[in-house]
Design a protein around this ligand. Structure first.
Ligand code: S3P
Length: 455
């Protein structure tokens, strides 16, 4: 992705008041599961076949890095984007030293999880990313991974670009997460794979468990015990024999959230999103929307590839403000930008608590949501780590120009707002959407949304 400023003003993308949205769609594969399928496929012995892989820029960055580390990950039918991929794994302990920088673009998940793998391989790698990723904190993985014996040289002590030299004789660790982060948990567990003995992560609040599920799917023993606080203690034994296994990636609930909320806020809409993952550690948004009075049904619930899946039907109606507790944040961390859009259309006050982690996402999302809603005539405030949005039960004025700041979810959330507002909503850069949801604008148009690119 080239975001270099040029002399001509970049094209902006505009969403306009749309008629009722209708139809049945499928969203691309889950981003978290796609990264893990490629990574564990690379560490397994044999050929892993993946169906429904997200072919977004973030996941492609992971695939390129794994290829640079000696595995082979590629589409089954070269040149085709049908989500069918294979990975020829090389086995735990066999990563090769990359010849060049590993550039992970916009993807924090790629960077943090790959650092976990690299930390216990006796090779040196240089890791970088785009302007957004260079701003994000890496100390949260550098700190625990250093305890295995890995050595890091970082910019400013915590940022990319960084160099990592993995430990030749790693020491297993027991680590209590200081922030609820599935990326940090996963980085430590992945480092534990090439380490003798037991590696344990204690998470005070449960976070998405796709790494644990997929490790088991590949044959590793992963013990998960409850902690008194309501958290979990996750332990993996070193040197498991990971055997290649087929993987079906469900639709990404974090991507489904955008057309889902568009359907709720555009009067008269009735939309079905087929094949969406409903892992309980990802469904905080559905709980919030239920409390707000949304008309949502989970149809045809089933299990696919070890993950629960459903078709989700959403129909427009009046939403009510709600008080969203901080303890729910890890189960919906990526959904706040679009939940804030729903809150702007709801009647009354919505308080979203405990959002400190939003400040260190692809952009400072707490600031970005507040600035964007304010520009669209919404009453919004940030108080400490809480976001407060007031609505009167009808769509707000709109009319704002939104700075997306290399953040795909800010871009999509405000295009969703614009299909409901009285005046158009314009975003300055739609390019970041391709990191997680290629085809988003086309799918929204298919449902009946009016979204255009303008010079
Ligand atoms: C992810 C975990 C979350 C989430 C990110 C994907 C993952 O990040 O925001 O989009 O795949 O593990 P944190 O672990 O930093 O909360």
């Amino acid at each position: 992705m080239d975001h270099t400023p040029s002399s001509s003003p970049p094209a902006s993308t505009v969403a306009r008041t749309s008629g009722p949205l209708a139809g049945a769609i499928r969203v691309p594969g889950d981003k978290s599961i796609s990264h893990r399928a490629l990574m564990l496929g690379a560490l397994a012995i044999g050929k892993t076949e993946i169906t429904g892989l997200l072919e977004g820029e973030d996941v492609l960055a992971t695939a390129a890095a794994l290829n640079a580390l000696g595995a082979r990950a590629a589409p089954v039918a070269s040149g085709q984007r049908d989500g069918r991929w294979f990975v020829d794994g090389i086995g735990i302990g066999a990563l090769a030293e990359p010849e060049d920088l590993l550039d992970l673009g916009n993807s924090g998940t790629s960077a943090r999880l790959l650092l976990g793998m690299l930390a216990t391989h006796p090779i040196t790698a240089f890791v970088t990313g785009d302007a957004s990723l260079l701003r994000r904190p890496m100390g949260r993985v550098v700190e625990p991974l250093s305890r295995f014996g890995a050595r890091f040289v970082t910019r400013g002590g915590t940022r990319l670009p960084l160099a990592v030299s993995g430990a030749a004789s790693p020491i297993p660790i027991s680590y209590r997460l200081p922030v609820p982060s599935a990326q940090v948990k996963s980085a430590v567990l992945l480092a534990g794979l090439n380490t003798p003995g037991a590696t344990t992560v204690i998470e005070p609040q449960p976070t998405r468990d796709h790494t644990e599920r997929m490790l088991r799917h590949f044959g590793a023993a992963v013990a998960v015990e409850p902690e008194e606080s309501g958290g979990r203690r996750v332990t993996v034994d070193g040197f498991p024999e990971l055997a290649a296994a087929p993987i079906t990636v469900p639709g990404d609930p974090s991507s489904a959230a955008f057309p889902l909320i568009a359907a709720l806020i555009v009067p008269g809409s009735d939309v079905i999103i087929n094949g969406v993952g409903i892992n309980a550690l990802r469904t905080g948004l559905l709980e919030c929307l239920h409390e707000m009075g949304a008309d949502i049904a989970l149809l045809n619930q089933r299990e696919e590839g070890g993950e629960p899946v459903a078709d989700i039907r959403a129909r427009a109606g009046t939403l009510m403000g709600a008080d969203i507790p901080a303890e729910r944040a890890p189960r919906m961390i990526d959904e706040y930008p679009v939940l804030a859009v729903a809150a702007a259309c709801a009647r009354g006050r919505t308080v979203m608590r405990g959002l400190a982690e939003l400040r260190v996402k692809e952009s400072d999302r707490l600031a970005g949501i507040a600035a964007g809603l304010d520009a669209c005539g919404v009453r919004v405030a940030v108080e400490g780590d809480n976001l407060i949005v007031e609505g009167d039960g009808s769509p707000p004025k709109g009319g704002g120009l939104i700075a997306t700041q290399l953040d795909h979810r800010i871009a999509m959330a405000f295009l969703v707002l614009g299909v409901a507002t009285k005046q158009p909503v314009r975003i300055d850069d739609a390019a970041p959407i391709a990191t997680s949801f290629p085809g988003f604008i086309g799918l929204m148009k298919q449902l009946g949304a009016t979204i255009t690119e303008e010079g």
